[in-house]
Design a protein around this ligand. Structure first.
Ligand code: NAD
Length: 373
């Protein structure tokens, strides 16, 4: 497909920037999807894409996803994303990331980047040498560091909201939660759940992680293949995406699906099927927005306490989604999209009537430019 055909097919993006440098081998694409709510924020993915078309489609899809995520989270941020075409194991150099940083800088804060799949905090430190418009930089540079405790805390709030909605309870005491995946997000979530008195079962394909978590919290584990089908109140996917698919969906024995993983539904129709089955699904991009909230606080001048406080918002955000789902009789993943679209539309209207005044982060970006390098 030709580039303009792809752009037309994948939504109304505001701006696409192709970044190229022969000397350092940079081939990257930045996509700014929508800046109605604020600057477009989204990480930089480095991946050995098979074709330029694959890279473009990925960045168009991911940047649009960020617009929805930020909007549903109630943040004054738009959606953007960048992809660098290359092998993260072989092709990383200082010059590559600094050149990419110069391209990010040329957008003057319209796009703010961060680490993502294939890039690290260390790479972002190089980007930061060329532009202030980068988040998730090391703590020593005034950044917010590892987002996963905040993501997990937001997921905990999301599980509480879901338990309130489905089981009509304000407490997690005795609630049976099956956590799939004990990585960065999963192990923090387990800790929070245990503190709340939940009855937690875990699984991971990494036996060392299972042993360490079970020993630490006195929990029992099940085989990774069995966690999806375990009898529980809440199934919390915290591993890879597409866990709710044709093979697993009919075997679910939970009342709620609420976890931190991205892209939990293999296809949209699986969300509709969960509604029909009477299983409450917490839409992934709403429940796992705690990490994005943490990065947002970095833009305002970082405070760990404020970031934790902000993640409690996930509870209300999900309650709004559940209300829309009930009132409009639609599946929760569709209700989340409606919530996000409605907010963007209402703020766009507000702008029209108030001479295009920008949301606050554009002024807080000035603070970013004054951070120590
Ligand atoms: P991670 O790589 O640290 O952890 C993933 C864990 O899942 C690993 O321990 C892995 O062994 C395990 N796993 C993989 N396949 C499995 C299987 N079939 N069964 C059981 N366990 C399996 O990743 P993470 O940072 O904890 O992220 C987890 C998920 O949350 C991902 O989908 C990620 O995109 C999403 N997410 C993470 C953050 C964050 O702040 N880290 C923010 C938003 C979304």
């Amino acid at each position: 497909m030709l580039t303009f055909e792809l752009l037309e097919k994948h939504g109304e993006h505001e701006q696409i920037v192709y970044c190229h440098d022969k000397d350092c081998g940079l081939k990257a694409i930045i996509a700014v999807h929508n800046t109605t709510l604020g600057p477009a924020l989204g990480g930089t993915r480095m991946w050995p894409y098979k074709s330029e078309e694959d890279a473009l489609v990925d960045v168009l899809r991911l940047s649009k996803g960020m617009t929805y995520k930020a909007s549903a989270a109630g943040l004054n941020l738009g959606g953007g994303k960048a992809v660098i075409i290359g092998d993260p194991k072989k092709d990383k150099t200082e010059a590559l990331f600094r050149t990419f940083g110069a391209y990010v800088n040329s957008l003057n804060g319209k796009y703010i980047t961060a680490e993502d799949v294939g890039t690290t905090v260390h790479d972002m430190a190089y980007v930061f040498m060329e532009t202030p418009y980068v988040t998730g930089i090391p703590v020593s540079f005034g950044g917010s560091g590892d987002p996963s405790p905040f993501t997990a805390h937001g997921v905990l709030m999301g599980i509480k909201a879901s338990v309130k909605e489905k089981l009509k309870s304000d407490s997690l005491k005795g609630v049976r939660v099956a956590v799939q995946g004990l990585g960065n997000v999963g192990h923090h979530l387990v800790e929070y759940l245990v503190k709340e008195g939940a009855q937690v079962t875990v699984a991971d394909i990494d036996k060392d992680k299972v042993k360490s978590v079970c020993d630490k919290f006195g929990l029992s584990a099940v085989d990774p293949e069995q966690i999806v089908t375990s009898e529980c109140d809440v199934f919390a996917p915290c591993a890879l995406g597409a866990g709710i698919n044709d093979q697993t969906i009919s075997k679910l024995k939970c009342k709620i699906v609420a976890g931190g993983a991205n892209n939990q539904l293999a296809e949209h129709r699986h969300g509709d099927a969960l509604l029909e089955m009477g299983v409450l699904y917490a839409p992934d991009y709403v429940i796992n927005a705690g990490g994005l909230m943490n990065v947002f606080v970095e833009l305002e001048g970082y405070s760990r306490d404020r970031a934790f406080e902000k993640t409690t918002q996930v509870y209300d955000n999900l309650m709004q989604v559940y209300r829309i789902s009930r009132e409009e009789n639609i599946a929760t993943h569709r209700a989340a999209d409606r919530l996000a679209e409605k907010r963007i539309k209402s703020i766009a209207n507000l702008r029209q009537h108030h001479h295009g005044r920008m949301a606050r982060p554009f002024s807080t970006l000035k603070e970013m430019t004054s951070r120590q390098k």
